[in-house]
Design a protein around this ligand. Structure first.
Ligand code: FE2
Length: 188
């Protein structure tokens, strides 16, 4: 699947009134692409592929808005299309966001829900910074997400808190590679 095909698929999903996750998907692709461009003089990386991975990461939201299950729904969708690598980013993009009790029914392993490659880490980072069409620092974006979930899914809050540390670790990794942090690359 190329970017244009994935965008066409996104456009085919019904989007509930008041939801903007379709724009979020596009923006995460764009942010991840900018990060990949900054890295490409230092490591072998394909920015176009990273943009595609960012675009599809939340396609499971076409099935459910559940903060846990949407990752698996995206995985299933991409698997059914024969897109194994894109299936993986759907499952792992929230880095460790899964309920242990679901794993067996999913037929997946815990490690399928953790980012591994630099490309996957860039999508995780971009997802942490995209805020309804704007690129913002992680603390602002996470504060918004926490306020969205604190009543609806309080069990999700410890996982959200852990994203601060994970983001920091990946930001350090990027700085070690290209001598710039994520905020510097993105100018925020
Ligand atoms: Fe997302």
């Amino acid at each position: 699947m190329n970017y244009a095909e994935a965008l066409k698929l996104l456009r085919s999903f019904p989007i509930e009134k008041g939801h903007d996750w379709d724009r979020h998907c596009i923006q995460v692709g764009e942010i991840a692409y900018r990060l990949a461009l900054a890295l490409k003089d230092f490591i072998p990386i394909d920015p176009e592929k990273v943009r595609l991975m960012g675009l599809v990461h939340d396609f499971g939201r076409s099935v459910t808005q559940c903060p846990f299950a949407h990752s698996y729904e995206g995985y299933k969708l991409m698997k059914a299309l024969g897109e194994d690598e894109l299936a993986r980013i759907c499952a792992c993009h929230s880095n460790g966001t899964y309920r242990p009790e679901d794993i067996e029914a999913y037929g997946l392993k815990p490690e399928d829900f953790f980012v591994r490659t630099i490309e996957e880490k860039l999508v995780f980072i971009a997802d942490n910074l995209e805020d309804h069409g704007s690129v913002v620092r992680q603390d602002k974006r996470l504060a918004d997400v926490i306020s969205r979930y604190e009543k609806k899914n309080p069990e999700f809050l410890p996982i959200l808190q852990s994203k601060f540390r994970e983001f920091q670790a990946f930001d350090d990794e990027i700085r070690a590679l290209c001598h710039k942090g994520v905020y510097e690359i993105l100018g925020i």
